[in-house]
Design a protein around this ligand. Structure first.
Ligand SMILES: [Zn+2]
Length: 363
């Protein structure tokens, strides 16, 4: 994996992340394909809208269909027919957010499946083994994601555990697979700094900031974003995990982050909430009943070129499958197009005016 920054506009970075399966333009948005599919979208459609990398969830795939099945069917790329780059998370976040019961040990976490209650164990070595079988292009270290709020003492112990797990992951790195570390430390700047320093000492292909957007006020989140970016090496990709709000992403790109992932465009699409150049729209509203205009007059996607708001409202209220497909197509196109425009603004040195323009849209 090779990362090159081609242009900077203050701290905002325009870059190219080259992998053996393709090059990713950064800043990049990674649509989430939790269970080996970006819900409602085919791989061809993902390519059509310009997705260059997607994310797979280790925890979910490990439980269903199970690592053995994916291994027998040739790895995740082959299983789901996606031949472009893919990043897998380590399962850490889901173990901590979804499992009804979990016991943290020095060597990993014992947890119960949220599906059938069965008992499992994943530690750093297991997370690397699973991600090796999945065959993603970028793997993430196994980390503990602490709740908000957490006291300083707990957060301090937790980053030491995460660092020790990261060291084990590095020792078990799969050939041909890049490995990113995850900076933790809650809302404590001294711990964020220590976490970054300890992980940089080990040395990784890229660095992520985790444990944000876990319930803290926006102001605190933005402080951690601004504080964390300069702690990370200039020449490695920086990934802010789980952030998909436009204002937050603009703030993070301004601080120097390069990669993002979020379920916001896909989950909202299925719930009838659509992002447009005029703001956020709930398609079920009465006012759209006889509206023959496109969902977003400034969007060039298949949905906006071919269907009226009135029709999209009807599909949604009738719970038609096409509703999820057309809505998801638009929302993902809108996100990827936002990133295309943001990259262009960095190239032309106009990121600040781009940011102001987008901050005025009522999302
Ligand atoms: Zn559209």
């Amino acid at each position: 994996m090779n990362f090159l920054i081609t242009t900077k506009d203050r701290n905002a970075r325009r870059g190219l992340l080259a992998t053996s399966r393709g090059t990713i333009n950064t800043p990049a948005f990674m649509p989430v394909g939790t269970l080996g599919t970006v819900k409602a979208m085919s791989p061809d459609e993902m390519k059509e809208i310009g997705a260059e990398i997607i994310l797979g969830n280790t925890y979910h795939l490990y439980l269903r269909p199970g690592t053995n099945v994916i291994e027998q069917l040739g790895g995740l790329h082959s299983f789901m027919n996606w031949d472009l780059p893919m990043l897998t998370d380590s399962g850490g976040f889901q173990v901590f957010s979804l499992s009804p019961l979990r016991k943290i040990r020095e060597d990993g976490v014992e947890f119960r499946s949220h599906i059938d209650g069965s008992l499992h164990f994943i530690g750093p070595a297991e997370a690397m083994k699973i991600q090796g079988i999945l065959g993603s292009d970028v793997a993430m270290v196994f980390d503990e994601c602490i709740p908000y709020p957490a006291d300083h003492e707990y957060a301090a112990r937790s980053i030491d555990l995460t660092t020790s797990w990261a060291r084990t992951c590095k020792g078990n790195q799969n050939p041909g697979q890049a490995l990113f570390a995850i900076i933790q430390g809650g809302m404590y700047k001294d711990l964020r700094r220590k976490s970054a320093e300890d992980l940089l000492d080990i040395g990784f292909d890229g660095y992520a900031v985790g444990g944000v957007s876990v319930g803290e006020p926006k102001g605190e989140m933005h402080e951690i974003i601004d504080f964390s970016a300069p702690l990370l090496p200039e020449d490695k990709p920086r990934y802010l995990m789980g952030i998909g709000d436009f204002g937050d992403m603009l703030k993070a790109v301004e601080a120097g982050f390069d990669m993002f992932d979020c379920i916001m465009p896909t989950r909202n699409a299925r719930n009838g909430t659509l992002f447009t150049s005029l703001g956020r729209i709930s398609i079920k509203r009465e006012e759209f009943k006889c509206d023959d205009g496109p969902l977003d007059p400034h969007c060039g996607c298949y949905t906006c070129r071919n269907y009226s708001r009135g029709y999209l409202r009807h599909l949604f209220l009738s719970r038609e499958i096409l509703s999820m497909r057309l809505n998801t197509y638009h929302n993902l196109y809108f996100y990827l197009d936002f990133f295309r425009k943001m990259r262009a603004s960095i190239e032309t040195g106009t990121f600040q005016s781009f940011k102001r323009e987008w901050e005025n849209i009522p999302f």
